[in-house]
Design a protein around this ligand. Sequence first.
Ligand code: MIC
Ligand code: SF4
Length: 648
Amino acid sequence: MGQTLTEKILDDHLVDGELVPGEEIGIEIDQALTQDTTGTLVWLQFEALDLEEAQTELAAQYCDHQTYQFDFKNTDDHRFLRSAAGKYGAYFSRPGNGICHQVHKEHFAKPGKTMLGSDSHTPTPGGLGELAIGAGGLDLAVAMGGGAYYIEMPEIVNVRLEGELPSWATAKDVILELLRRLTVKGGVGKVLEFSGPGVESLTVPERTTITNMGTELGATTSIFPTDEETKDYLERLGRGEDYVEIGPDEDAEYADQITVDLSDLEPLIATPSMPDNIVPVREVAGEDVEQVIIGSCTNGAYEDILPSAKMLEGREIDPTTEMIVAPGSKQASEMLAREGWASEMMAAGVNFSESTCGACIGIGHVPASDSVSLRTFNRNFEGRSGLEDDKVYLCSPEVATAAAIAGEIVDPRDLADELGMDDPGFELPEEYYGADTDIIEPENAVDDELIKGPNIGEVPLKDPMDERLEGSALLKMDDNITTDHIIPATQDILMYRSNVPKLSEFTLSRVDETFADRALEADGGFLVAGENYGQGSSREHAALCPMYLGVEGVLAQSFARIHKANLFNFGLLPLEIDEETYEKIEQGDDIEIVEDVAGAVRSGAEEFTVRVNDEWEATATLDASDREREILADGGKLPHTKMKYADA
Ligand code: MIC
Ligand code: SF4
């Protein structure tokens, strides 16, 4: 039987297990990516593991999320990261040089390679045939140290693209359409592998918009085959030699197939506050818009901004609307500036910003109260913009620009006559250039020792698991709780990413302000949640901080992939419960796991008895590999790995 593209790349990198869906496999990682808000823990854990040098073919440290450096703590984090990159042999991309996924795509991503990144949108370079997966920082530290990355073998789903995009429909609409059909949990445990005649009509940057946002479906990763478009794109980047032709065998078999006819698509928009609340733009047309932002790792490339610049050429944005453009990389900014497009946009009234994640996680450009903000980003979880009851919509740069011109949501097709253009088109530059000075190569590193400011602490460790596990249901939550609920990003909190005791004070504060105090006082207990608990980012702080506060386990109907791995990594028991049990448990109930928990975890038990208030019992399941069970019972991956080295 032939292989899918995903199976081929996994097979080439397989060091443990077999490619059977649901079974655990270990793969070798070629490229490692980390950024400023997860990277500090990555390197602190790398240090705690006594590792000496990054062993991957390439490791890259980006500084992109908090580049405004509001507080010395942010700048200290960046200096620490520069020193860690120097000491351990990683490329260092300076603050302001751009968003990790954009810069990585421009400089390093290679077809056929495996990549692991401590950011959930790591799958972005799947658009040029790299198998790129997001993970928690500890998994990345171990993989950079030369260890295998373990993952449950996903099901490979074929997304067949047919036809060509009509005027004003974009790559963003392809992924919004998939979100409409599959929802934010429709991709969990799956890889989306694109194919079909529609693929060749999409350029690589369009493909990477799609693979970037496969993350919003909960997918393990998304990938395209390579072709003339990929070769051409790499050549324009000056990296033609990185091209390899890869694709599935003709007789490859997939677990499932989804067909999207590109020619049926129209401009779509995600309404507040979940990326799968999709409607055609025309359904919400007429809604006043006070803010428009173009940028992020989804639509921040040069080619994403160019159509917007063309739509704005010689025009002015509506006086009631603010428009911010934050290019995804400094290279994109430099090219737009040299070609005159940046000044064209400024003349139209655009506020041209530095290249940063910024507004995407509530750092700067917070929307006005009770107002609509249209963004080309990938996530609109409630409160993520920095405004608690925000109204953030997600759309293509074309739809966002049309709204800035009209001052309200408008289907860009209805503006075509006024603009005198059928479609601004999606063009690649002849060649990409600029901003090379902002990446420091390992051989030119400026530091060889770690520089830790006063805010950079240690990674707390947990004791091995006990026989007895009991405590109260500290908090009961709904479905689709995001890591932004568990540990928010935003400006005032982000600076504590390398100070776990302080950061823990904010744990689940968006759900219940008293949570951290109550958890500390209770000295142990459980979290209870519905489906898809922990969706969204890869931030391991969302497991580490509850652990620091004494939480012992999470009872949920289902878990998001990266968060579940992070729970194992920090020794928190992730048990699945059915809907009836979820409905019946109330916040404050006393919960006891009847079995000798540590023993049952180690011996492979799948079912656990949960006794509630000494009154009733239910069965909960633990879906874990033998490796994950050992990690859990040892109190997490850091103590587990240290013990393993000590034994060896
Ligand atoms: C996000 O988009 O939520 C982030 C901020 O990039 C996170 C990483 C983090 O929390 O530092 C992610 O996607 O993993
Ligand atoms: Fe940055 Fe937003 Fe992309 Fe996360 S989703 S990497 S915060 S731009």
